[in-house]
Structures are given as structure tokens and as C-alpha cells.
Design a binder for this molecule. Structure first.
Ligand SMILES: C[S@@+](CC[C@H](N)C(=O)[O-])C[C@H]1O[C@@H](n2cnc3c(N)ncnc32)[C@H](O)[C@@H]1O
Length: 199
């Protein structure tokens, strides 16, 4: 197969790193949900050499992720593990962080809430979750391009769609998290950082 390539990841990986570097401590473990091509894993695992980055996705994306991971030859990338939210549980070992980019608008809202519930169940106090992607504000699009993107998503599958920031925060709070920071990112994206509170 051809090596999959996402131009968007090449554009967003640098700005995402500028945020992650202030949160991620070395010697820790991070679970990535929906690794896609595997490009984020390769970029961030090189930037954080003693962080263990565990890739996951649906089985159909594993061959592509393997291509990137094998080529990179980085010992601190693990997986890909099979993880379809709504079907599978997280891999067994504990994680300090969970990172997921551009997945909440691809999953159904029901799957999104299942992810939030799993995060609440599996992360210990002080662990962080990072959600990168577009979000609506107060039920409104934040740009014309996001509105067009949402329309195209819904044409593809009516269960997809850009999520409302306030709904994500409320649902995450109900599973034991607090929003630490809502980072503004290029191209009308956000990077939301949530901290697991005591159980
Ligand atoms: C738009 S892609 C984003 C991929 C990558 N994170 C990126 O930023 O390029 C959405 C990803 O979510 C994955 N995905 C879709 N439904 C999922 C589910 N229920 N559980 C886990 N991953 C899912 C897809 O397989 C795909 O890799």
C-alpha cells in the first residue's frame, strides 16, 4: 500500500507541539486515540524521546500507521493497538495522558460520550487529556470554513459533525474532569486540555 499522508498533520503538528511541550513530562505514557496516518505519533515521539507514545486506531488504519512507525524506527512508539471507541476498551497499562486529534467530529456524539466515560474510568487524578480540532461555541460555527466542513461531514455521515465546546466541557465534567485550558490554534481549531480530578 502507499504510505498514507495527511497535509493537515504537517501543518498542525508544530503548533500542537508548542502547546504540548508545556504539559508533557518525560518518562511518562501517552495513549493516542485515532492515530490516523501515524504522522503525529512519529513527530511527537521524536520530540519527546522518553515519552512512550501508544498509537491506536481501527484495524483498517494499522497498515498505514505501521509504515510510518517502522520507517521512523523510534523505540518509544508502541502499537498500533485496535481501539474503536464504542467497541473496545483502552489498552490495559495505565496512561498519564490521552491525546486525540480531529476525532470527536468523526465519531458519533454517543461514541464521544463513551470516550469521555472511558477517560474518567481509566485516568488517575492529575492525568491530562488533549482534544485537538474544531469546536462550535454556544451552538454557533466559529468560521465559514468550519460551517462548510460540518456540512460536508454530515453529508458523509449524519452522525458526524463539529461538537459544541460547552457540551464537551459539560460531559467531561460529568466524568470527573475540569477544563484546564482552551488553547486557540491556527485555522479555527482549538486544543482543549482537561485534568482528571480525584475520584
Ligand atoms: C479525521 S481522522 C484524524 C486522524 C488523526 N488523528 C489526524 O489528526 O490526522 C479521524 C480518525 O478517527 C478514527 N475513528 C473514527 N471512529 C473512531 C472510533 N469510534 N474510535 C476510535 N477512532 C475512531 C478514524 O479511524 C480516523 O483515524
Amino acid at each position: 500500500m502507499d504510505k498514507p499522508y495527511s497535509p493537515a498533520v504537517d501543518r498542525n503538528k508544530g503548533p500542537i507541539f508548542e502547546v504540548l511541550k508545556d504539559y508533557v513530562m518525560e518518562g511518562t505514557r501517552l495513549l493516542e486515540v485515532g492515530s490516523g496516518t501515524g504522522q503525529h505519533a512519529v513527530f511527537f515521539a521524536e520530540k519527546f524521546p522518553s515519552l512512550t507514545w501508544v498509537t491506536t486506531d481501527l484495524r483498517e488504519n494499522h497498515a498505514g500507521i505501521n509504515r510510518w512507525v517502522q520507517e521512523a524506527g523510534l523505540k518509544n512508539i508502541k502499537g498500533p493497538e485496535e481501539l474503536k471507541i464504542g467497541v473496545d476498551d483502552f489498552p490495559k497499562k495505565p496512561f498519564d495522558y490521552v491525546f486525540t486529534a480531529n476525532t470527536l467530529h468523526i465519531m458519533s456524539w454517543k461514541e464521544g460520550k463513551t470516550l469521555f466515560k472511558l477517560l474518567g474510568k481509566r485516568l488517575r487524578e492529575g492525568c491530562l487529556t488533549f482534544f485537538y480540532g474544531p469546536f462550535n461555541r454556544g451552538g454557533e460555527y466559529t468560521s465559514e470554513s468550519n460551517q462548510e466542513f460540518d456540512k460536508s461531514l454530515k453529508e458523509m455521515d449524519p452522525r458526524c459533525g463539529i461538537r459544541n465546546f460547552e457540551d464537551v466541557v459539560k460531559a467531561m465534567e460529568s466524568f470527573g474532569f475540569k477544563l484546564l485550558k482552551d488553547h486557540e490554534m491556527p485555522s479555527n481549531n482549538r486544543l482543549l486540555v482537561f485534568e482528571r480530578l480525584s475520584k
